[in-house]
Design a protein around this ligand. Structure first.
Ligand code: FAD
Ligand code: SIN
Length: 541
């Protein structure tokens, strides 16, 4: 390997050659890759808004790993593939699950304070898991993981982290001073949110770890920045995207007129919570999945709740764990307990009103087991990818795990092939010669709201071809408007996100229209049966 520190620059992100690898995203996937790479290379991590703004910080339930003597990798593989309705890639599933215990060991070394029982880690249970295998930090695992990763990254002199940078598009061969049509990626153009200027960040290797596209839906547990930027950027640069119709809806988001996206972890059902129809007072999962009841996979439970709400004209259903001892509930779910108490709900005494909400993007940029995308120079990891792990429906708590395993895979592939990667060429600056400042921000807000509303109504838990066609038509109308706007005005984070939100919506609808069966998360009344063979929906730019 070369000595990468020889040509170290002075200021972060200012000159090509200052950094060896650029990572877009400071969540579990991005920071795992950064820490692995920083043993040998200089890494720049860019994040939109704050460094803790991704989904990682919000994760509640935990991380799935086979750690109990009575459990086996084969059990975890089977549960993952049952939840994924057979669309998973078995090789990927085994690759990830077999690496889970080592990922947990590394997190322990970083100081993540997982809950413990005497000498071993406490394992909780979630829907779709045949065994207790979820390691967790109370009901706020994501915050503990995010904090530990950030602390380690901050302490590493080879890692520079810059928040307040919104990546716009990849820098490719087309942006070289000597134009080339080849599609190699050399970094990213990013908006400095403070100065309003667009910066060039150029390196030998780029890793995309920009999270999911949940905010394409009106109701979502995902944070504000989950606008599918990474998926849309990769698609525009020429990478294949797959299984975007597989949008996961979490069954239990708090129903509250003020607090719109607060998740009630699946572990509440794992620890004995019941779902009850508030009109009849009865547990309704008996009708939908009498064997697994509340612990059926998410797609099954979310559809059951959706069906009860529609059949009975309800606003919400009840999730009730008040039959468990109050100390047990408070001890297991301290964050949720406090949050609900502040809203006047005591979960130790009565039920919690819940509704399904978008939760996770199962599809994304196609990657292989080395986290390579179709584009030379670009690797990708985490929720923005489709690695083959989740198939048609992600098993609970397999997502953070995927971030750790693929973040490491990307880093180790880059380290292995470092000497074969060329130095970046001279790159053109961002061209602002034909744009002015926008005078109608209201257009952006209006379009955001419109997209999220029709995606919820037409491309939600239960779909029909007619509704998908309606969504497609609206996307076509809006695309023209957004393209015109993007071409005329100086970029802002809101505009960049709107463009990506619309692009993500288009990919989801295109994929949903292409699948003529119901499988996992994609349920359409026009094709209610599942085909004999499972096939990915792969979109080629
Ligand atoms: P994120 O953590 O989402 O990070 C994305 C990063 O990319 C952020 O730093 C963001 O700023 C940056 N970014 C995005 N766009 C741009 C751009 N244009 N320019 C620059 N930077 C950009 N999974 C589990 O396994 N277990 C759980 O218990 C669990 N609970 C969850 C609870 C909630 C409420 C939610 C929303 C999700 C939960 N998940 C859980 C899913 C899991 O948290 C996510 O899938 C995972 O954290 C994604 O990590 P990531 O690194 O891929 O992306
Ligand atoms: C939850 O805690 O219910 C979320 C777990 C997950 O999304 O994997």
């Amino acid at each position: 390997m070369d000595n990468p520190s020889e040509n170290r620059g002075t200021l972060p992100g200012e000159k090509p050659g200052d950094f060896d690898v650029i990572i877009i995203g400071s969540g579990a996937a991005g920071l795992t890759a950064a820490l692995e790479l920083a043993t040998d290379l200089r890494v720049l991590v860019l994040a939109k808004g704050s460094l803790t703004g991704g989904s990682t910080a919000w994760a509640q339930g935990g991380i799935a790993a086979v750690l109990d003597a009575g459990d086996t990798f084969e059990n975890h593989v089977r549960d993952t593939m049952v939840a994924g309705a057979g669309l998973n890639d078995r090789e990927t599933v085994e690759f990830v699950i077999e690496r889970a215990p080592a990922s947990i060991d590394r997190l322990c070394e970083l100081g993540v304070p997982f809950n413990r029982d005497a000498n071993s880690l406490h394992l909780t249970r979630e829907g779709g898991h045949s065994h207790r295998r979820i390691v967790h930090v109370d009901d706020a695992t994501g915050w503990a993981v995010q904090s530990a990763l950030l602390k380690a990254a901050e302490a590493n002199p080879n890692i520079t982290m810059l928040g307040g940078r919104t990546a716009i598009d990849f820098i490719t061969d087309r942006h070289r001073e000597r134009y080339s049509a080849a599609g190699r990626v050399w970094g990213v153009y990013a908006l400095n949110e403070e100065t309003g200027r667009v910066e060039r960040h150029v390196a030998r290797a780029t890793i995309l770890a920009a999270g999911g596209a949940g905010r394409v839906y009106q109701f979502s547990t995902a944070p504000r920045g989950a606008t599918g930027d990474g998926i849309a950027m990769a698609w525009r640069a020429g990478a294949r995207v797959s299984n975007m119709e597989m949008m996961q809806f979490h069954p239990t988001c708090l129903y509250n007129l003020e607090v719109k996206n607060f998740l009630i972890t699946e572990a509440v059902r794992g620890e004995g919570g019941h779902l009850i129809n508030p009109r009849t007072g009865k547990r309704f999962m008996t009708f939908y999945d009498p064997e697994r009841m509340e612990l059926a996979p998410r797609d099954v439970v979310a559809r059951a709740i959706d069906s009860e709400i529609k059949r009975f004209g309800l606003d919400y259903v009840h999730l009730d764990i008040s039959h468990q001892p109050a100390d047990f509930v408070r001890g297991h779910f301290p964050t949720i307990y406090e949050k609900l108490l502040g809203l006047g709900i005591d979960m130790t005494k009565g039920p919690i009103p819940v509704v399904p909400a978008q939760h996770y993007t199962c599809g994304g940029v196609v990657v292989d087991l080395f986290a390579r995308t179709d584009l030379p120079g670009l690797w990708a990891a985490g929720e923005c990818t489709e690695s083959g792990l989740h198939g048609a429906n992600r098993l609970a708590s397999n997502s953070l795990l995927e971030c750790f395993v693929f973040g490491e895979a990307a880093a180790s592939d880059i380290l292995t092939m470092w000497d074969e990667l060329d130095d970046p060429p001279a790159i053109l600056p961002w061209d602002e010669s034909r744009v002015t400042d926008s005078d109608e921000e209201v257009v952006i807000k209006q379009n955001w709201t419109e997209i999220r509303r029709f995606m919820w109504n037409y491309v939600g838990i239960v779909r029909t071809t007619k509704r998908l066609e309606r969504a497609k038509h609206r996307i076509e109308l809006l695309s023209q408007e957004v393209d015109d706007y993007y071409g005329a005005f100086r970029v802002t984070t809101d505009l960049i996100e709107l463009r990506n939100l619309l692009q993500s919506a288009e990919l989801i609808v295109k994929s949903a229209l292409a699948r003529h069966e119901s499988r996992g998360l994609h349920y359409t009344m026009d094709y209610p049966e599942m085909d004999a063979a499972a096939k990915d929906t792969v979109l080629v730019p």
